[in-house]
Design a protein. Structure first.
Ligand SMILES: *Cc1c(COP(=O)(O)O)cnc(C)c1O
Length: 225
């Protein structure tokens, strides 16, 4: 028995999500049993942020799980996850995008990715500044990368209690999505994801146009590092 009721927590989250908002269950640092409990409750999309931990779990767990890599990914780790990863949610450099494209090609795959934006005020967060993202898209090299599919944007709000600030950051991301969608992806239906919202702020995020929330603690309990 787990000391967390994963199925009940999942149900509670799902009840709070409008239809059309996808849930990535963030299972990092939780043992495989937690994922199995969520899987038994119907969850198929899971997020991990460490390559070795993910690779172990991927080997062990059902093959119809869609794994998202949600953390900062070092370019030298891409080759290990390229054979199976469903989406890489936090692409924060052109260099990483190129490496994903290269490794995906080796496996005859097209890997879905999100571009990570740095909007939060914390200095520690990864991601493109809005201007760096604009520059990267304008420069256009991504257009030739046929083995990656840019499906949208991802960001984390500042880790603060100030709801107004969190809301402001989500709204900045939402309007930036509209800008980029119109300029580069207006004819591309797969550019549709706005991935923001975690355990503490996902209800605000869905009010600010999120289409994909990444929730760990609320479902699986606190992580033991
Ligand atoms: C850990 C993590 C989450 C989940 O955070 P919780 O607060 O546990 O819901 C979401 N997104 C990213 C990028 C993470 O690293």
């Amino acid at each position: 028995m787990l000391n967390v009721d994963v199925a009940a927590n999942l149900l509670a989250v799902r009840d709070n999500l409008p239809s059309g908002v996808r849930l990535v269950a963030v299972s990092k640092f939780h043992p495989a049993e937690y994922i199995e409990a969520a899987y038994a409750a119907g969850q198929r999309v899971f997020g991990e942020s460490h390559e070795q931990e993910l690779s172990k779990k991927q080997e062990l767990l059902p093959k119809d799980i869609e794994w998202h890599f949600i953390g900062h990914l070092q370019t030298n780790k891409v080759k290990y996850i390229a054979p199976y990863i469903s989406m890489i949610d936090a692409v924060d450099s052109l260099k990483l995008l190129k490496e994903i494209n290269k490794q995906a090609a080796k496996h005859g795959r097209v890997i879905k990715v999100l571009l990570e934006l740095h909007i939060a005020e914390e200095a520690t967060k990864y991601g493109f500044t809005l201007d760096a993202c604009r520059e990267m898209l304008a420069e256009g090299e991504w257009r030739e990368m046929t083995n990656v599919k840019i499906c949208g944007l991802m960001m984390m709000a500042s880790n603060v209690d100030n709801e107004a600030q969190i809301r402001k950051e989500f709204n900045i991301a939402a309007s930036f999505f509209d800008e980029v969608k119109e300029k580069y992806f207006s004819n591309d239906d797969s550019f549709c994801e706005r991935s923001w919202g975690m355990s503490d702020d996902y209800k605000i995020a869905v009010e600010c146009c999120s289409t994909m929330v990444r929730i760990g603690t609320f479902i699986f309990g606190p992580r033991v590092y």
